[in-house]
Design a protein around this ligand. Sequence first.
Ligand code: ASP
Length: 602
Amino acid sequence: MAQTAAQPADQNPMHIHSLHTRTCGELRRDNIGETVTLTGWVWRRRDHGGLIFCDLRDREGLTQCTFDPEHAAGDAFHTAETMRSEWPILVHGTVIARDPETVNAKLATGEIEVLVDHIQVLNRSQTPPFQIEDGIETAEDTRLRYRYLDIRRPEMMANLRLRSDFTFAMRRALHDRAFTEVETPMLFKSTPEGARDFIVPSRLQPGSFYALPQSPQLLKQLLMVGGVERYYQVAKCFRDEDLRADRQPEFTQVDVEMSFVDQDDVMGALEDVLSDAFAQVGVDMPTPLRRISYWDAMDTYGTDKPDTRYGMHLHDVTQIFSGSKFKLFANAAATDGQYVKALNAKGAGTWPRAKIDKLADVAAQFGAKGLAWIAFRADGSVNSPIVKFFSDDEMAALKAEMQVEDGDLVMFAAADRKLADEILGGMRCHMADALEVPREGHDFLWVVNFPLFHWDDERKAYASEHQPFTQPVEEDIDRLESDPLSVGSYTYDFVMDGFEAGGGGMRIHNADLQMRVLKLLGFTEERAEEQFGFLMEALKFGAPPMGGFALGLDRVCMLLAGKDSIRDVMAFPKTSSGSDLMSSAPSEVSLAQLKEVSLRLM
Ligand code: ASP
């Protein structure tokens, strides 16, 4: 942040020429006696009968400026009387020590103040619609409508600067390892990452459209064919999705690709780069990172992006209930592919019945039809709608498996493997929040070995687990057509604090294999040719083995900043309905503009 004041101006890189000689965050006791010029916004102004105090704020901090009619030249004192919050001003004066009783130990500049002799009002300001303060409770819509004022708040400014520091650290870490930053076009063709494209009509070619890239995936593969060998880009990606809670239609990835490598090479390089970049913002990421396979993560945590800072593991209790009188569990145990899984939320067993009953609504959000549970009360009694069906042996086995103590709440899901995991994985996160389970420091790991495909029930088709260019595991290629869901892939997700913070994989570099995979995804040869012909062709010109990764920059910065929303680390984010409240985008265009691109509204 601010340079130390002791540094002479000519050695201090902060001191490029500007209207001020010092920033509002840097003056200390050592500067007493110096004459300085500061610029900033009037923050708080206090009139102390005869003396006026003004906290002047710039991006580095705040400095108390004092106007004494005895000292101020010309009409400086009068100007100070009339100035208002958020006026930008320039002051010239002398750094003096504060009276001991007014020293503010909480403030970096709290030992000094600037006794002003000259003031220049640079502009005036309307009264801002909210206080330029940290921790305000203003509705987010208002903050977004006046985002430029929101950014003036120190905590927002700190977020933007943290983001800048981390982005720069990533760039430096990659550059130091001989990665070349290459820009790829925004006006391009559809790149399938599983979302809808934003499309842009072409004026010069009526009836034709560009698609904004969902990621630079195809282009970075082509750069590998082009021999770039190590590529990166801080890349904007565009996906026209329904904006669930914390999604944005445009977001930023640090996109990376390497060639002449195997999966361990790529993961090793990424660990090296990431730990270097995190270290540069003061975060320790010990390497090598743990690797958890996709199915282990699902089985144990019920998610492919587990937060492992706390336990609350999922247990498979199917066998315990194989002969149970509780039909729901017994039937699941008797059906191939069905499981009974359980989760122990320690501390929730003392919750009142009504509160426990409400958990069924939460479980429903993760796909459950209901929620079976047993509350082990603090007094040793048991409360549960299902326990009457359990034999003593079943209960004893369950208690042993789930390490039950008084005060525990055991919850169940009986369903196919994935759904049972998803329900309890969702409940695990919910209960951790509800019980305020402590999660300290950051948690980094890899989830590896995703299946190549999953079955998309809505589309009634196979879909790529990562994206359509992922390399299948060699031994499984024979089963591509006969048993697609059993085919593994060379893939890895970077998980940070229970969020998918990045992901990637090795790529297919053989045109025939690529076509086989595209066909399984429902492409006809013609459509594949039309959409990806240029890639297929390139693969035939000596494409090297390659693999890569993309880091979700917004999300990582959000976690580094300790925020709950990526909007807090984006300068100008959109609302969940995709609007920019400041500019009112998206908005109508004129008929003439539509005509130019040969479009008519329906
Ligand atoms: N293109 C992928 C994505 O955006 C990342 C990768 O596989 O490199 O998710």
